[in-house]
Design a protein around this ligand. Structure first.
Ligand code: ZN
Length: 306
């Protein structure tokens, strides 16, 4: 069956023709009747964005793909579905329940453990738009810095360019009502950051401490990997008396998954790469210059055996 759909991106419209196994899904909008029989609308302030984590290569690379669904339309996009054998069963189950209508793939950067599943996704769902950095496999749309697009009616996604780990690294800041989340790929991890493969300490300082730090403090962080436990060990090596890192270490003892549990505000208090004014961080790096502190922290982390 041929299906035509349109993806609107900041006023631009990308038209796709797709042969689609899910095109028969029909939209049903359910209303909740209030006591006086008037149709009541969901309250924006009580909304929760629907995000399903899809762990991949657990125990080795510990990646996450994320399925983001707009409640009202069931329009959905999947972020970094790098390992189709683990992602496709989840998508197919949701599609068979008519719980989602897959509208796109989003990539945080070009590395294979993030964008390497695009080919497999397209084989399963031909014509699906792929939004990502310029170097991502089979990308169809690269949003500009701060360009926005929609998932369904309620989720607005803003592309935030954060070049350093790769030149094409993009974080995606998503809002649904007053809930705010950011998908950070390999730029920002809980209590850590990615390696500087295609950029400098200055680039990462800007990405973390200027660009991402300027998001609202209550923005929840969804990183590309579950590295929190080992990042926390390094954090405590740098800042052994930091109470927030001690709390985070305790959290990691009790929880194996930490994505979406911490905010940008939390990162400013337990992520040494975002604590460049901290006195323990200064003494560990023998510097107070933010770029030099960033450079030395990354070098120490790369050599850390803890
Ligand atoms: Zn990467």
């Amino acid at each position: 069956m041929l299906m035509k759909f349109a993806l609107r991106i900041s006023g631009r419209t990308i038209k796709q023709i797709a042969t689609s196994p899910w095109s028969r899904a029909t939209t049903t909008v359910s209303y909740i009747k209030s006591a006086n029989s008037e149709l009541s609308r969901p309250k924006l302030h009580s909304r929760k964005m629907h995000i399903q984590s899809i762990p991949m290569w657990t125990g080795t690379a510990d990646n996450y793909a994320y399925l983001v669904v707009d409640d009202k339309t069931r329009d959905a996009m999947v972020i970094d579905p790098a390992h189709p054998p683990e992602v496709l069963p989840v998508l197919k189950e949701q599609l068979s329940k008519q719980a989602i209508r897959l509208k796109g793939v989003i990539n945080t950067h070009h590395h294979d453990d993030h964008a390497g599943g695009n080919k497999g996704l397209l084989e399963a769902f031909p014509g699906t738009p792929i939004i990502g950095g310029r170097d991502c496999a089979l990308v169809t749309m690269t949003p500009k810095h701060e360009e926005t697009f929609q998932i369904g009616e309620r989720i607005t996604v803003k592309a935030i360019h954060t070049p350093c780990h790769t030149k094409d690294s993009i974080c995606y800041y998503a809002q649904d009502g007053d809930e705010k989340v950011v998908f950070t790929g390999d730029t920002l991890f809980i209590a850590g950051c990615g390696r500087f493969f295609e950029g400098t300490a200055e680039d990462m300082h800007k990405a973390l401490n200027v660009t991402l730090a300027s998001l609202p403090d209550d923005t929840k962080v969804y990183p590309g990997h579950e590295y929190t436990k080992r990042n926390t060990r390094f954090g405590l090596h740098v800042a052994p008396n930091n109470p927030n890192l001690k709390k985070l270490a305790q959290f990691c003892e009790e929880n194996t998954e930490t994505q979406g549990k911490f905010t940008i505000g939390d990162e400013k208090k337990h992520n040494v790469f975002m604590m460049l004014d901290d006195s323990e961080v200064h003494s560990a790096t023998q510097s107070t210059d933010p770029v030099e502190v960033m450079r030395k922290l990354r070098e120490q982390k790369d050599n850390f055996k803890g």
